[in-house]
Design a protein around this ligand. Structure first.
Ligand code: ADP
Ligand code: MG
Length: 680
């Protein structure tokens, strides 16, 4: 692949002051010496003084300057956790919360889960003693439910604020309010070098504390022509860099687990074939669901003579810093949620990243020495096709969850909530409508008893509703399993390239009439019968890790059943009851087969069954889907066959008998759409 050098990201260090890649050197130094070497360290006293004299402080600093790992420790050392008070530090990503907490525990020489811990959804690694709490922004949000004034916290640090996740944005509004009547609470908003002025304005002109970064210049290269297959282009470019460029590790940005796994496999494959013709290349993935021992590997120093390539999601853009990166390879894409408030359809699509994002990525190459960033798109595309910044999540996601939470916190007037950027009016309205349809709100928009219960469960309102409905249909055992399996979605089946046929056969063996939710139930039940065996997983091409996680999630949800007054009952094989309970939660997500394929029932959108679905070939007349994913088409993922009469049974206020009639019932063709083979 041919690259042209087109620009340089300015650094504030001279390229000649370049130290050798420092990973090995750092390993030898003591952990305390590393702490003292971070850019934030010389500002320790000044920073603590600023925190002491201001209630709200915005902290801006280059990625890797020590904001996340050091500032909470400084506060701890300064005595902010005396009298049992706690410090919260929020992260938009689960992986970051876990990894950073582990690092800080090591720096402090304590066991993770004692003084330092983390808390993410379905996983709590904290104890009575935990005073430094790293947590996802979503978890702190839920903390408001049990402690609306955050009384046990002396400091709340909203970290990675520039990410502007939905939960971070909501936290801003809530924390600003709490800060008004808790003058002793310290609020820190930490961010990479983006957007800090806006945060300052939002918090009544709070001062901005800047930590000067250490940045070496980064040369930026673009491809001469657009690349059609960026995955293949990535693999080729990595090898190209490996063979032609001086030592230094490589960081590649891809969009998700599947892509990362595929790229790693391709890389390992080609390295194996090249054998001793090239130097050793260590291929390391990092994404949200990667088990933590594998995650830790990316931080280990590269052995002498070898080169490391880390294949990462956006997580490595600002949340994690990997030492020794000199080369960044950026295809220019990320996975982004978008939401259409008119149709209520949420989809996850691979889209071009923003310029801000591309520049953050490039910056990763200039942390330890002058670096190079190879962009797998043209300079023209950068100029003309990339947006300046990423749209905040609050403007491109459904708000059901957050609205339910705010309502449970007694915040009724959502239109006038203090948003940094308000969500679209239609989105808010639709969330209210959906919660009303689910029975969580009454016609005055007030929380109902059922709504209060739904808010207790740490899952989406539709999933909550499904769990609550399992009481009525006496099938909570099965529904808990379905809920847990849906939470680890899409990573259940294992499909190694060299055993595709075996893997597909194994998957088909789990098929049950009725649809994918029952298939998930079937997999889990058989696994449980095997004694939760890893051998069983291996033999059946099922991912043991995902199953173990599903089991954890299931246990946690089971522990919450009592709180929401649902008893443990089993349907004893009467799957109609399970399907009706699912329908009670997901009646919004329904589609019917028409002469021109599937259409969503209310909005008449054209949608398709995902080729991996157990119902792909059956094409039942009525179905519900768990989610829509837009790739080449709008695919429904995890679909369940239903009967239209059930919709009247579970949501009589939402559906009218007339719209569920089948005018063409007799003339329906037997099969619509292509077969699995035709789709390849
Ligand atoms: P910031 O939040 O400003 O981006 P961090 O506090 O996350 O910076 O990181 C500071 C430094 O700590 C990084 O440069 C990196 O060297 C080190 N570090 C962070 N996490 C780990 C880890 N898990 N393992 C090893 N080093 C780490
Ligand atoms: Mg950080």
């Amino acid at each position: 692949i041919e690259f042209v050098r087109a620009a340089q990201l300015q650094g504030d260090e001279e390229p000649s002051s370049v130290p050798p890649p420092s990973a090995q050197a750092q390993q030898k130094e003591s952990i305390q010496a590393v702490r003292r070497s971070l850019p934030v360290f010389p500002f320790r006293e000044e920073l603590l003084a600023a925190i002491a004299s201001h209630q709200v402080l915005i902290i801006e600093g280059e990625t890797g300057s020590g904001k996340t790992t050091q500032i909470p420790q400084y506060l701890f050392e300064e005595g902010y956790t005396k009298k049992g008070m706690k410090i919260a530090c929020t992260q938009p990503r689960r992986v970051a919360a876990m990894s950073v907490a582990a690092r800080v525990a090591r720096e402090m020489g304590v066991k993770l889960g004692n003084e330092v811990g983390y808390s993410i959804r379905f996983e709590d690694c904290t104890s009575e003693r935990t005073v430094l709490r790293y947590m996802t922004d979503g978890m702190l949000l839920r903390e408001f439910l049990s402690e609306p004034d955050l009384a046990s916290y002396s400091v709340v640090m909203v970290d990675e604020a520039h990410e502007r996740t939905l939960h971070t944005d909501i936290l801003f509004g809530l924390i600003k309010d709490v800060a008004r009547f808790r003058p002793e609470l310290k609020v820190l908003v930490a961010s990479a070098t983006l957007d800090t002025a806006r945060f300052s304005t939002f918090f009544d002109d709070a001062p901005v504390f800047r930590i000067p970064g250490r940045r070496f210049p980064v040369d930026i290269f673009y491809t001469k022509a657009p690349e059609a297959d960026y995955l293949e282009a990535c693999v080729v470019s990595v090898l190209q860099i490996h063979v032609t460029q001086p030592p230094g590790d490589i960081l590649v940005f891809l969009t998700g687990q599947e892509e990362i796994e595929a790229a790693c496999e391709m890389l390992q494959d080609r390295c194996r074939r090249l054998g001793s013709k090239i130097r050793e290349l260590l291929v390391l993935p990092i994404y949200a669901n990667l088990p933590s021992d594998m995650q830790a590997r990316i931080f280990q120093p590269t052995p002498p003579g070898a080169r490391k390539v880390v294949v990462a999601t956006n997580i490595a853009e600002t949340s994690l810093t990997i030492e020794g990166i000199i080369y960044v390879l950026d295809p220019g894409f990320c996975k982004q949620k978008s939401y259409n408030p008119r149709t209520g359809m949420e989809s996850l699509t691979v889209t071009p990243c923003s310029k801000a994002s591309a520049n953050q990525r490039a910056g990763r190459a200039g942390r330890v020495a002058a670096g190079k960033c190879f962009r797998l798109y043209t300079a023209w595309a950068y100029q003309h096709e990339l947006e300046e910044t990423t749209v905040p999540e609050i403007q491109r996601t459904s708000l059901g969850n957050v609205v339910l939470l705010l309502k449970s916190l007694g915040i009724h007037d959502l239109m006038h909530f203090d948003f940094l950027d308000p969500p679209p009016y239609e989105t808010l309205l639709l969330a209210l409508e959906q919660l009303y349809a689910l029975g969580a709100l009454n016609h005055l928009g007030e929380l109902t008893t059922s709504g209060r219960k739904m808010a207790e469960l740490p899952v989406d309102p539709m999933l909550s509703k499904m769990i609550l409905a399992s009481e009525k249909y006496s099938c909570s055992e099965e529904i808990l399993t379905v809920a847990a399996m849906l939470s680890v979605n899409n990573s259940i089946f294992y499909r190694p390239k060299d055993k595709v046929v075996h893997a597909d056969n194994a998957r088909v063996n789990f098929f049950l009439p009725g649809g994918d939710h029952l298939v998930l139930l079937n997999v889990y039940t058989q696994w449980a019968e095997s004694g939760y065996s890893s051998q069983w997983c291996y033999e059946n091409f099922v991912q043991f890790r995902s199953m173990r996680r599903a089991r954890d999630v299931r246990e946690q949800l089971e522990g919450l059943l009592e709180r929401v007054e649902v008893g443990l009952t089993s349907c004893q094989g009467d799957y109609i009851r399970v399907r009706k309970a699912i329908t009670s939660g997901y009646f919004y997500h329904t589609a019917r087969l028409t002469r021109s394929g599937y259409r969503t029932v209310k909005q008449q959108q054209t949608v398709f069954i995902h080729p991996n679905s157990s119902l792909f070939e059956q094409q039942p007349r009525w179905l519900l889907y768990h989610e829509l994913v837009l790739t080449t088409k709008e695919f429904m993922r995890q679909v369940l066959e239903i009967e239209s009469s059930w919709l009247l049974e579970v949501a009589p206020h939402y559906y009218k008998a007339k719209e569920l009639e089948d005018p063409h019932a007799k003339k329906m063709p037997k099969k619509v759409g292509k077969t699995r083979e035709e789709l390849g």
